[in-house]
Structure formats: structure tokens, C-alpha cells
Design a protein around this ligand. Structure first.
Ligand SMILES: Cc1ncc(COP(=O)(O)O)c(C=O)c1O
Length: 445
């Protein structure tokens, strides 16, 4: 044992904070609209409300529902609002720490439901290839088998293929609203009716789209467009996940999972009556559940209200559509599929799209790289609206620069190209784990 890694004498607060600021100086600058994921910013005034609400409940813990009735009340009210937005005002659920925990809980619930109701001992999850890796994590943690459903040419899950793949061991059919890679809504009615016909469950992953699609639906209706059915209103959908910390603009650490009824939700909960530490009950994966994210989520829903969310959705949608139109107008560039909201991917037909990503990076734009097929990814909020024209101008220059050039042999482009082309996907996954392992290993850097 050694206590030497701790400072011998505690540092004064100003030294602590100055050091954090110095560490932060190399972080991505999300404020100038040049990053396209990770941060959802609804403006400094909204951020101030989030911070104040978060700090009000900074120390409180929702682990014990009796100790802090305020947190229970806020959680219940948030879930009630979400149930309405997500298509079934009678749905019941739980707040979680993020999309991954919501997805884990939906899968664990399906596993335990399958075991209890149908005696399924080796459960399968029917997953479109675009389903978020959180489902793979769930399969891994809960010993379930992922069965991969291919996509149609429009990048949406293929329900005909799903019908071929469903078995007596399928405990959950999954669709996304919207799927992260291409921003499209899977054919939820078809997937849900397939699940229903087989007497099994259907989960919609609306972690990404759940807090913007209700408002995109309103805006689309103003223009005579109809959003495909996407939520708990679709018969046969039995659960849905939705992140408040994405298009809900809440503080990080806020997501939720909702179920059609209480009986189903019970399979998520855990009770242990024999612990010397007391009678134990826990609704989700977390033990301690910090009060800050719950209070901030409650605060932002009430602060923004319908008007606020509609305004942000209008700004985000206008920026995303202007970007997609601008991209389509650049020779050789193509948006993949027909994105339903504000998330999309695009590729380059006459050059290496990863080189294009590097050329944009050199100009200060950080677009996430995708694969299968190679593409660049963008997740647009209203904060991007002022930067659309500058983005398109730099994209045009970057495309001119890399058009016709062969695949890159250096930089991020080469790394992505190499990883995408490795025939042994198990080895590719091992390389990723090796990368994670090396992050805190000074010898490997
Ligand atoms: C569709 C979808 N589901 C789940 C998740 C996981 O969310 P989190 O990163 O909050 O765990 C994401 C994250 O981007 C997502 O896009």
C-alpha cells in the first residue's frame, strides 16, 4: 500500500481549479460549432439553469427513494412528460445515467421476461446492424446472443430479413428511432408486428431521436410531411429508451427507459431481502443515483417547455437540411439514405472520404469517421446554424483537394481504412481493446 500518489498537503482551491483548466486547454472546442457530437448546447442561458438546478441537488442521492422525496417527485414528473412525448402517456419507467444503461436495462428486462414467461434459457436479440453497440454490450453482460438483421438499400433494418431470423428464442426485436449511423428511423410498425406475431417483445431505441422527433413531427406536419411511426404509439412496441442528455439538452447522466406496463418493468427491478446491511431494492444498474442530473433534467424540460424545444428543433432541422442540401450539391459527395431528422452521414464517390475527413480536420472541423460503408458523420443542433455556410465552403475546398487521390497511407484516414479492411473482425475488436488499454500506459504512448 502507498499513499504517496496523493499530494502530501492538500492543494488550495485555486491551484486545483487552475490545474483542471490547464488540462482542459487541449479539449475539443464544442462552442464554435466545429464538433458534431458529444455536446448538445441549447445556449448559455439554458446552461445556467442546468448548472443551478444540478448544484441544488449536487449532494443528494436517489438510491433510497424515501430519503429524498424531491428527487422521486422530479423523476416521476420527468417520466410522465417523456411518456407523453414517446407515444404512451400510461407507460412507466426509470431514469438512468445514459443511453447505454437504458439499453442494458431494456435487454435485461427482456431476458428475465423470456426466462419467466417462456422458459427461454439461451435468449437471442434481433438487432439491425446499425443498432447501437450498447446492445452488444448488453448481450455480452447478460449472456444473450445477438442475431444481426441486415439493412435495406435505404439503410433501414430489413423486416423481411428479420422475419427469416426470428426464432422461439428471440426475446427482443430492436429498432432505432433514429439509428446513429445514418439518422434514419427503422420500419418500427413492421418490426413490432413481427415481434407481436411471435409473442415476443419489441424495443425502440430512441436514445438519439426521442427528444427531437416529437418536435420534428410537428414541424414536418406544418410542411405537409409525415414522420414514419417511431415510438410506443405503434402496437407491439413494448419498451423505448430516450436520452435526456442528447436532444433533451439536459446535463450529462440523464436518460430513461419506459415500458408498456408495470408487469414488464418489474423484470428490470432487483430486490435482495437477506443482506445484513438492510433490505435492498434497486430499479436499475446503478447503485448510487446522483441527484444533480435528475434535477437538471427536470429543470430543462420545464425551462424550455414546448416552445423552447420546438424552436431548437426548428433551428437544428433547418441547419441539418441546409447542410445536407449543400453536401449533395458538391460534385462527388452524397448523403447516405434519406435521414429523418438532424443526424446524417455522407460519403465521397470520387475520392477517399477518410482523406476528406482529415482535410476537414486540418481546417478545424471534427467529423466522426464511419465504416461499412466509409462515411463521415454529423449530428446537428441549433448551435451549428451560424456555421453552415463556413462548413460548406471548407467542405468544397477539401473535396477539391482530395478528389481523385488514392486511399491515404497516413493519418486517421489510413488508420480507419486499415481497420475497415481487416478481414478478421475479431482481430479488429482486439486492436480497439488494445488501444483502450494503452490510454493510461505511459510506456505505450
Ligand atoms: C441510438 C443510440 N442509442 C444508444 C446510445 C448510447 O448512449 P450513451 O452514450 O448516453 O450511453 C447512443 C449514443 O450515441 C445512440 O446514438
Amino acid at each position: 500500500m502507498s499513499i504517496d500518489a496523493l499530494p502530501a498537503a492538500g492543494w488550495p482551491a485555486d491551484r486545483v481549479l487552475a490545474t483542471i483548466d490547464r488540462y482542459r486547454s487541449g479539449d475539443a472546442n464544442w462552442r464554435d460549432g466545429r464538433t458534431f457530437s458529444l455536446v448538445y448546447h441549447a445556449g448559455d442561458d439554458v446552461k445556467a439553469v442546468l448548472e443551478a438546478a444540478f448544484l441544488r441537488c449536487f449532494s443528494e442521492n436517489a438510491l433510497n427513494p424515501m430519503a429524498f422525496p424531491s428527487l422521486r417527485q422530479m423523476e416521476t414528473e420527468v417520466l410522465g412528460i417523456a411518456a407523453g412525448l414517446l407515444g404512451d402517456p400510461n407507460a412507466v419507467g426509470t431514469l438512468t445515467s445514459g443511453g447505454t444503461e437504458s439499453v442494458l436495462m431494456a435487454c435485461k428486462t427482456a431476458r428475465d421476461w423470456g426466462r419467466a414467461e417462456k422458459g427461454i434459457r439461451h435468449p437471442q436479440l434481433l438487432l439491425p446492424t446499425t443498432a447501437h453497440p450498447a446492445f452488444v454490450k448488453a448481450a455480452h453482460y447478460f449472456d444473450m446472443e445477438p442475431i444481426w438483421v441486415p439493412l435495406r438499400a435505404d439503410f433501414r433494418a430489413d423486416p423481411a430479413a428479420a422475419a427469416e431470423l426470428i426464432t422461439d428464442r428471440t426475446v427482443l426485436v430492436v429498432g432505432s428511432s433514429v439509428a446513429y449511423p445514418h439518422g434514419v428511423i427503422d420500419p418500427i410498425p413492421e418490426l413490432a408486428s413481427l415481434a407481436r406475431a411471435h409473442g415476443t417483445l419489441c424495443h425502440v431505441d430512441a436514445c438519439l431521436g426521442g427528444m427531437i422527433l416529437p418536435f420534428v413531427g410537428v414541424l414536418d406536419a406544418e410542411h405537409g410531411r409525415t414522420l414514419p411511426p417511431w415510438n410506443l404509439a405503434v402496437p407491439g412496441v413494448t419498451s423505448i429508451s430516450c436520452d435526456l442528455h442528447k436532444y433533451g439538452y439536459a446535463a450529462k447522466g440523464a436518460s430513461l427507459v419506459l415500458y408498456r406496463d408495470r408487469e414488464l418493468r418489474k423484470h428490470q427491478f432487483m430486490g435482495h431481502a437477506d443482506w445484513p446491511g438492510g433490505l435492498w431494492g434497486s430499479p436499475s444498474a446503478a447503485g448510487t443515483r446522483p441527484g444533480g442530473p435528475i434535477a437538471a433534467a427536470w429543470a430543462v424540460l420545464h425551462h424550455l417547455g414546448q416552445d423552447g424545444y420546438l424552436g431548437l428543433a426548428r433551428g437544428s432541422l433547418a441547419a441539418a437540411r441546409a447542410m445536407m442540401d449543400g453536401i449533395a450539391a458538391i460534385a462527388g459527395l452524397r448523403v447516405l439514405g434519406a435521414p429523418d431528422a438532424t443526424v446524417f452521414a455522407f460519403t465521397m464517390d470520387d475520392g477517399d472520404v477518410y482523406r476528406l475527413g482529415d482535410a476537414m480536420q486540418a481546417r478545424g472541423w471534427h467529423l466522426d469517421r464511419q465504416q461499412l460503408p466509409p462515411a463521415l458523420h454529423a449530428m446537428i443542433t441549433a448551435a451549428h446554424a451560424p456555421h453552415v455556410q463556413a462548413f460548406l465552403a471548407d467542405l468544397r475546398r477539401s473535396a477539391d483537394e482530395v478528389r481523385g487521390m488514392p486511399a491515404a497511407d497516413d493519418g486517421q484516414a489510413a488508420m480507419y481504412g486499415m481497420m475497415g479492411s481487416l478481414p478478421d473482425r475479431g482481430m479488429a475488436a482486439e486492436l480497439i481493446v488494445g488501444f483502450l488499454d494503452a490510454l493510461d500506459d505511459p510506456g505505450a504512448r
